[in-house]
Design a protein around this ligand. Structure first.
Ligand code: PMT
Length: 348
């Protein structure tokens, strides 16, 4: 139930026309090789805060490992590609982090510890329910006769449920929230967390729902200051981007070889979704690709596995109408696959 929010227009500018989406029938970039990894991580400086994150992640994993709890890394939101070192302008993508934040909640509810690697200021588990223009938290509150701020009676039950779940995750230290903004920060942090997570072998799970940029501007070619409009002779800005190495293969082969790895495949054309998802599975050799279409991603997804082929998960019309979230169906299926993965891997 969402309260009315009278001063905010209901227009959604982030919903674009799918018919104008680019044609993605061209082949994917090849998977990154060890040499690409070496080049990328040698040629770029790590973010200065990385050692701090490293400590937090190592402590978090060690503490949950002691309790024999499974740990999932959920990546969420979109990466930016800065065009200037002192960044005024950057290239971004559409992802708000709904899939990641929602999935993290269901993992937490089902006993996992969650490392939530997310685009800073995108949606977070629990607060996502009250953070957007469609459900601003202020619209849920009022002043009582004594001037105390209180939650309106009709939202008490709904908010109590979310609050209790949030407090449980916080008080038991089940959630570690780690931010990124640029694709560069994302890749360095992903590598770091992957290597830390490899310590717990098959009990580690990767759920890579972030929308990661395929192109970037290398530091060597990035201007230090804001690009001036008179820089170019004809007043046009020409940007030449490099392909971001597809690091999923390195993650599977070398960074965390015993963990179960799930990637997402996003398309806008339903005719190519399955072939792209199968292609990703063959190329990277991991355990599960979850395919989704931009237009229907909240109602249906397809699981593609090496053993069982394709399997659709869909909300019924009734479930969709009553606000059931598709992640409440996705996560239990993943848990059962992860359980099988742990059994299989421990007998190797
Ligand atoms: O946030 P929402 O609005 O809820 O939207 C959710 C979502 C649609 C973004 C999500 O469900 C989703 O599909 N995420 C993956 C989108 C994506 O980046 O797809 P891709 O084809 O570019 O990448 C496929 C996989 O390769 C990803 O899991 C990514 O982690 C990995 N990758 C991508 C780029 C890169 N350089 N290296 C990689 O390893």
């Amino acid at each position: 139930m969402t309260p009315p929010s009278p001063t905010i227009s209901r227009v959604r500018t982030s919903v674009f026309e799918p018919a104008t989406a680019i044609d993605r029938t061209f082949p994917e970039f090849p998977a990154a090789q060890p040499i690409d990894e070496n080049n990328y991580f040698k040629k770029h400086k790590p973010p200065p805060y990385l050692s701090e994150i490293s400590k937090d992640v190592a402590n978090f994993i060690a503490s949950h490992n002691k309790q024999n709890r499974k740990v999932v890394l959920v990546t969420s939101g979109g990466t930016t590609v800065p065009l200037e070192n002192n960044t005024v302008r950057f290239i971004d993508n559409f992802s708000a982090g709904t899939r990641g934040a929602t999935s993290a909640e269901y993992f937490l509810e089902n006993g996992y510890a969650v490392i939530f690697l997310h685009r800073e200021f995108s949606l977070l588990p629990y607060s996502r329910h009250y953070s957007h223009t469609t459900n601003c938290f202020l619209d849920y509150m009022n002043e009582d006769e004594n001037g105390q701020v209180v939650i309106n009676a009709e939202y008490q039950n709904e908010m109590r449920v979310v609050l209790r779940k949030y407090q449980n995750a916080r008080d038991k230290g089940l959630l570690l929230v780690v931010p990124f903004t640029t694709v560069h920060q994302y890749l360095f942090t992903l590598k770091l967390i992957s290597q830390e997570l490899s310590v717990i072998g098959p009990n580690g799970l990767f759920y890579l729902a972030a929308a990661v940029s395929d192109f970037f501007l290398p530091h060597s070619r990035m201007p230090e200051h804001k690009i001036q409009s008179q820089n170019d002779n004809d007043g046009k800005l020409r940007v030449s981007l490099e392909a971001v190495p597809k690091f999923l293969s390195r993650l599977v082969d070398s960074w965390a070889p015993l963990a179960m790895i799930i990637s997402f495949k996003l398309e806008t054309d339903s005719n190519i979704l399955l072939s792209k998802a199968r292609g990703a599975l063959e190329r990277y050799n991991h355990q599960l690709v979850i395919g989704n279409l931009l237009q229907t991603r909240k109602k249906e997804v397809v699981f593609v596995t090496p053993e069982e082929g394709e399997h659709w998960i869909r909300l019924t019309d009734e479930q969709h109408a009553n606000g059931t979230e598709i992640e409440s169906l996705i996560i239990p299926e993943i848990m059962s696959l992860h359980e099988k993965w742990c059994e299989k891997t421990s007998t190797l």
